[in-house]
Ligand binder design. Structure first.
Ligand code: NAI
Length: 630
């Protein structure tokens, strides 16, 4: 059985956009020449009371004393307030009505004007607690009922205590007196309502910020009765991801948990049940077994280049977007390639080894500049093209070969075939991706086609080069120097031993897959992937996702945005739009993108709609996920 829910809502600046007494002052004082001064004073007193600076009873007394008020102005005030109900409360009229058994309005304001406003939204009169004006026979306000606990400090606390509520109690309000209910242990959560006014000094007391009532109502209806503001979004970061990822999510007010290591399968299954955003690197395997438990997961960030460790198709089918960092370490690889090229072409490795053994071998033999030499880049992607620009800047002649037609940067020369390229260049540098068909792209035949004394470098993927053939080419002198950063088989950890036929060969640099391993790259990756995921959560952007149709969306301050992820079958867009049409909802912008697995429809709509449409959207056949952004 689910626990009973009690929702306590404040009136001034929460249910309505304004402070009623401030409006009342404008009405009562409209013919008073000191109107401005008195109104300012009333406003200051209101603020002091709401911020907890002035005791509530004192503030109330002072404000009433300043107001020469008659009943006819209260009537005028009611009309104003009915038009000033908070926008998200207007939008959630249905929610308020259907939850009227659970909702209590508790206010330090006055029933005389609160009742007509809130009961028109289905709130029960007996659930409204507020002060009451006293009138004389001329209907002038002469004071207020001082037997009412709400006329005094901690009045809300007294009222809630007397109500003796059972179950889970939420307080939604914008002032300190609302927090006092939670402080007294009478509520489970104080949700600071900031649609109309944001009192920064109260954020520290709030369990969460509610920018609109939608954040509360949607989840009350949809997710087991738990509210779902931003601070409820849970992020799990594994494998020692850079601390800037933690900071970025923390600033977003998400709850972040971070581990320096990978979790084992059981640990991950247990954790992932509650997680909305997951950050991993290459050691965490996200397969079907894990995903079965990831019922709340919205996106996964691979804080690395590759995403082979993730079942991205299954993720797409579950509406989970996957992001990675395809070029955050590009510059790091380029710099290492460039440095190694110089070291190899000057034969530094051999000279260094000799000198360590005490052999002074000063000679110019086999030592040349890279300026003017021909660099051949195989794979002109992120890394290859960046290397092209920098190598050219230091005077090399750049040639490149790519299987797709790529724009030649600077003065680089495009080659039509791999063999054309490798037969003319002095340095061969491999920067292709790791697709299966690239296995042994460079083997015995290719080494034979290369120039005598070529410099050969592989900082791309291990299986791309036939290692035995490379070893032979080095031994025979065909390759005068080689650098290899990636291997067909790499140790799983620093504790495992590394063995390769390339060990102990002359003028050969072997590095443990560190091309992209720099502090800057880690920082860039942390920033890049976290930003992408935050954009997805906040805006629906999927630009850079490896498994979602890619959309880069404009912002939507003046509308709400409904994201609908569905299986890619015909006719879904029409069904979505039929729901909007039935509810007479104004579509301000709409975007649709599909890939082989899923369709993604983003619709910006006017803020005037029934919140129930989200539920209705979810009933459309083939819907995977649907959520509203506001
Ligand atoms: P990318 O995807 O931007 O570029 C790869 C390029 O290679 C594409 O333009 C593609 O069309 C081309 N290509 C694929 N097969 C080819 C073939 N058979 N012949 C000619 N061109 C071919 O990738 P990016 O970011 O430039 O990375 C390149 C490689 O570097 C990848 O294999 C990546 O895994 C590796 N890498 C290694 C790092 C390290 O630590 N050593 C760090 C980062 C990346």
């Amino acid at each position: 059985m689910t626990a009973r829910k009690n929702i306590i809502i404040d009136f001034d600046s929460t249910f309505t956009q304004v402070e009623a007494l401030d409006v009342l002052a404008t009405l009562c004082l409209k013919d008073n020449e000191k109107s401005d001064i008195i109104q300012r004073e009333i406003k200051l007193i209101t603020e002091d009371a709401m911020n907890g600076v002035m005791p509530f009873d004192e503030a109330l007394q002072k404000r009433i004393e300043l107001l020469p008020c008659n009943k006819k102005y209260i009537q005028e005030l009611i009309e104003v307030l009915k038009n000033k109900v908070s926008i998200s409360f207007q939008r959630n009229a249905h929610f308020l009505k259907t939850n009227s058994d659970s909702i209590y309005i508790i206010s330090g304001g006055f029933k005389n004007f609160i009742l007509p406003v809130v009961t028109s939204y289905g709130i029960k009169a007996e659930h409204v607690f507020a002060n009451e004006f006293l009138y004389d026979e001329k209907n002038d306000v002469i004071g207020f009922d001082t037997n009412n606990p709400l006329a005094f400090a901690k009045g809300k606390v007294e009222v809630v205590k007397a109500l003796n509520l059972n179950g889970i109690t939420y307080v939604i309000g914008d002032g300190f007196t609302d927090y006092e209910i939670k402080e007294a242990g009478l509520a489970d959560e104080f949700l600071l309502f900031t649609e109309n006014i944001k009192r920064e000094n109260l954020i520290q007391f709030a369990d969460a910020e509610l920018k609109t009532l939608d954040e509360f109502s949607m989840i009350q209806q949809d997710i087991n009765g738990k509210p779902f503001p931003k601070s409820k979004i849970k992020v799990l970061l594994l494998e020692n991801i850079h601390s800037n990822a933690f900071q970025l999510f923390d600033q977003e007010q998400f709850q972040v948990e971070s581990y320096s290591h990978a979790l084992n399968e059981n640990e991950l299954i247990e954790k992932i049940k509650d997680i909305h955003i997951l950050g991993i690197r290459s050691k965490t395997l996200i397969n079907e077994t894990i995903l079965k438990h990831a019922t709340k997961l919205m996106c996964i960030g691979a804080y690395c280049i590759g995403t082979n460790q993730i079942d991205t198709l299954q993720c797409a089918q579950m509406g989970i977007a996957v992001f990675n960092a395809p070029y955050s370490n590009t510059r790091s690889v380029v710099e290492l390639a460039l440095g190694e090229m110089i070291v190899l072409i000057r034969n530094v490795i051999t000279k260094n080894a000799k000198l360590h053994k005490g052999i002074w071998d000063k000679s110019v033999a086999n030592s040349v500049e890279i300026r003017g030499k021909k660099l051949g880049i195989i794979g002109y992607g992120n890394i290859g093209s960046q290397l092209s620009v920098i190598a050219e800047a230091i005077g090399m002649q750049v040639y490149f070969y790519d299987i797709i037609d790529k724009l030649a940067l600077g003065n680089a020369t495009k080659c039509n075939t791999l063999h054309e390229l490798i037969s003319i260049v002095d340095v061969v540098s491999l920067h292709v991706d790791g697709r299966d068909s690239n296995s042994h792209l460079i083997g015995k035949k290719e080494f034979e086609s290369m120039k005598q004394h070529v410099i050969f470098m592989n900082l791309s993927r291990g299986h791309v080069v036939d290692i035995e053939a490379l070893a032979e080419a080095i031994k025979s002198g065909k390759v005068a120097g080689a650098s290899v950063d990636v291997f067909p088989e790499e140790p799983n950890s620093n504790d495992d031993l590394f063995r390769s036929t390339l060990q102990h060969l002359p003028n050969t640099i072997l590095t443990p897959h560190i091309g992209g391993s720099t502090l800057e790259a880690q920082e860039n990756i942390g920033q890049f992937v976290s930003f992408k995921m935050a954009q997805f959560i906040n805006k629906g952007d999927t630009h850079g996702s490896v498994n979602f149709p890619e959309v880069q969306l404009p912002s939507f301050e003046h509308s709400h945005r409904l994201l609908h992820i569905h299986e890619n079958v015909p006719g879904i867009l029409a069904k979505i739009n039929a729901v909007y049409a039935t509810h007479d909802i104004n579509i301000q912008a709409q975007y649709l993108k599909t890939n082989e697995a899923i369709g993604y429809v983003i619709t910006d709509i006017g803020k005037d709609y029934e919140i129930d449409i989200v539920k209705e959207m979810r009933t459309i056949d083939h819907t995977i996920k649907c959520r509203m952004l506001y």
